[in-house]
Design a protein around this ligand. Structure first.
Ligand SMILES: [Cu+2]
Length: 140
C-alpha cells in the first residue's frame, strides 16, 4: 500500500506571498488527497476540514503549522493556503475540533466560526491580514 508522508511546511522562511511555497502546499495536497494512508492513524483518528478564511500567504501557513504541531493529539495536517482550509487528522480521545479551532484562533486566524484572537491578529505582519486591515506596520 502506498504511503505518502505529508511534508508540513517547516522550512518556510517568512517570505510573505511566496508563490513557490504556496505551490508546494497545493501539490502536496493533491498528491495525498484520497490516498491519505498514514501510519499514525488509529481507531480513534478523525479527519476534519477547518476553514481558515483569512489566511493570505506562506507566513500564515507557517504560523498555523507551528500552532497545530503543539496541539496534543493532532496526528497529521495539511494547510492549503489557496483553498483557505486545513485538513486535520487527530486522535479524538486526546483532542477535539474546538481545541484545534482554538489553537488556530490563538495565532491570529479565524477557524471555522471561531474568530481570530484580535490582539494576535493585530500583531500579524501586514501581508498576513485581510487586505482591508493592512496599514503601515509590517507591510511588505
Ligand atoms: Cu501570511
Amino acid at each position: 500500500m502506498k504511503t505518502i508522508t505529508i511534508i508540513t511546511m517547516v522550512f518556510l522562511l517568512g517570505a510573505c506571498g511566496n508563490k513557490t511555497e504556496q505551490t508546494i502546499t497545493v501539490q502536496s495536497m493533491k498528491a495525498t488527497e484520497g490516498t491519505v494512508v498514514l501510519t499514525t492513524l488509529s481507531a480513534n483518528s478523525k479527519k476534519e476540514m477547518v476553514n481558515i478564511p483569512t489566511v493570505q500567504c506562506g507566513m500564515c501557513d507557517m504560523n498555523i503549522t507551528s500552532a497545530l504541531e503543539k496541539v496534543s493529539g493532532v496526528q497529521e495536517f495539511l494547510v492549503n493556503i489557496d483553498d483557505k482550509n486545513v485538513f486535520v487528522i487527530f486522535d479524538s480521545h486526546k483532542t477535539d475540533l474546538s481545541k484545534i479551532e482554538k489553537a488556530i484562533s490563538m495565532v491570529g486566524y479565524q477557524a471555522n466560526q471561531m474568530k481570530a484572537d484580535p490582539v494576535v491578529y493585530d500583531a500579524l505582519m501586514g501581508c498576513c491580514k485581510l487586505p482591508k486591515d493592512r496599514k503601515g506596520k509590517g507591510m511588505m
